[in-house]
Design a protein around this ligand. Structure first.
Ligand SMILES: Cc1cc2nc3c(=O)[nH]c(=O)nc-3n(C[C@H](O)[C@H](O)[C@H](O)COP(=O)(O)O)c2cc1C
Length: 413
């Protein structure tokens, strides 16, 4: 029975214990109100996730700053949001107090949306140019991350995910491409300064050994000079610097590293293997293993990109269906010390109850994500995100969006 598998054993993350190994990855869903507070839609999504019983639930990217956001209706972690976020945390803990709740904190930097935000950058990347930040600007951003982390703690979250992936601000500084001559560029020590100082300050100012701090990291960004490459103009993967970075985070208190890859704005298929190229999921396994082999045994390694595996009905070839499913690989990777906790992104939208269903041996009742990426279409259109395959509400919303764009006629709907 699924419930007896390694996936359903507990694990310590810092001083806390996750009841099982399933992580609900951060999924921004563009349904906050004008002030960046959770709405009824946000509540509904998270109530289901908490009822679903994952070991860890990462609350989607909350912006620590209002003027540089990637989504118009993004959650924000500003002083003005404090009351609403406190209420939100209390409500979710009431639904189910067991899952570890982490808030993913971010700044969008060069991925801030120019229609409603100020696009800023640390070194202009072709196609993503913005106002060049100076050292004082970065120090101000750092202060905002620390404030938001303190707020997460005071609102009752169990920890934060300090975002260092997917081409957002934290990762823009870390890239070898950031060879600008300034306090935050050039040699590794300068590029890692922001993340390291943030960890040190958060540890000092939150001052709670039970509060978890960790990061989601793009182990290879897949662009020349991106994270995890050989140098400022090389796209060639090289894990050495990422391992050095994560060891430095460990020394500064990181309790977990959540592996990811790519930059969804540029190298989407790498971040989110889909049915056309499901094989990229194996690259994620490699990156997870590189981290697992290199980090301290007590540092939990979470691995991304498991949605494409489904119940084995995927486009992976040269393997039996039953040996290519989510359950098969999740259990095997935990057993083989490839990772400690598999994380699901799109699958969490398709079925928030996956952990509960698998634990109870109801695998045949799971709504398996089809990796159709309609959820991504909502995100790109800045519309509330949900699963249009399994939810009538979101299926109707998608039809409406396509009709408004003239991509559907009456007879299609
Ligand atoms: C609609 C949507 C929203 C996402 N939002 C976030 C986010 O807020 N933070 C983040 O780190 N990744 C985000 N991601 C990426 C996922 O967390 C995950 O890394 C990626 O989808 C690969 O995992 P999967 O194959 O299980 O979906 C998002 C992806 C999608 C499709």
């Amino acid at each position: 029975m699924s419930g007896n598998s390694p996936l359903f054993t507990s694990i310590k993350i810092g001083n806390r214990t996750a009841e099982n190994r399933i992580v609900m990855n951060a999924m921004e869903c563009c349904d906050a109100d004008e002030a960046g507070n959770p709405t009824d839609k946000t509540y509904r999504r998270y109530e289901q996730l908490f009822e679903g019983g994952a070991g860890v639930i990462v609350v989607e990217a909350l912006s620590v700053i209002d003027e540089c956001k990637g989504r118009l209706h993004q959650l924000t972690a500003l002083p003005a949001n404090r009351k609403a976020l406190e209420k939100f945390v209390t409500a979710m803990k009431k639904v189910n107090e067991k899952p570890i709740m982490l808030w993913q904190l971010t700044h969008s930097g060069e991925l801030s949306h120019p229609d409603f935000s100020k696009r800023v950058c640390v070194k202009p990347l072709p196609g993503y140019e913005g106002e060049l930040l100076n050292e004082e600007d970065v120090e101000y951003i750092l202060d905002q991350f620390v404030l938001a982390a303190k707020m997460a703690h005071d609102c009752g979250a169990d920890g934060i995910d300090f975002k260092l992936c997917h081409g957002y601000f934290g990762s823009q500084l870390l890239r070898p491409y950031n060879d600008r001559k300034w306090k935050y560029g050039g040699p590794f020590e300068n590029r890692a300064r922001f993340a390291y100082e943030a960890y040190e300050r958060i540890a000092k100012e939150v001052n709670d050994p039970d509060f978890i701090v960790g990061s989601k990291v793009s182990v290879w960004e897949g662009i020349p000079g991106g994270m995890g490459t050989l140098g400022p103009d090389s796209p060639i993967p090289d894990p050495a610097e990422i391992i050095k970075l994560c060891r430095g985070l460990e020394e500064r208190g990181a309790k977990y590293i959540l592996q990811s890859a790519g930059n969804p704005s540029i190298t989407l298929a790498l971040t989110q293997p889909d049915k056309k190229i499901p094989d990229y999921v194996y690259l994620h396994f490699l990156f997870q293993k590189q981290l697992r082999d290199a980090l301290r045994p007590e540092t939990v390694v979470m691995g991304s990109a498991y949605s494409v595996l489904r119940n084995g009905s995927n486009n992976l070839r040269g393997v039996k269906d039953e040996e290519s499913s989510f359950l098969y690989w999740a259990n095997k990777n935990i057993r083989d010390k490839v990772c400690d906790m598999p994380a699901i992104g799109r699958q969490s939208l398709a079925d928030a109850y996956l952990p509960k269903k698998l634990k109870e041996g109801r695998e045949n009742e799971v709504h398996w994500c089809t990796t159709c990426d309609n959820c991504l279409e909502f995100l790109i259109r800045q519309k509330p995100v949900g699963c249009a395959t399994y939810s009538r509400e979101y299926a109707a919303a998608l039809v409406e969006i396509r009709r408004q764009e003239g991509r559907l006629t009456e007879k299609h709907t």
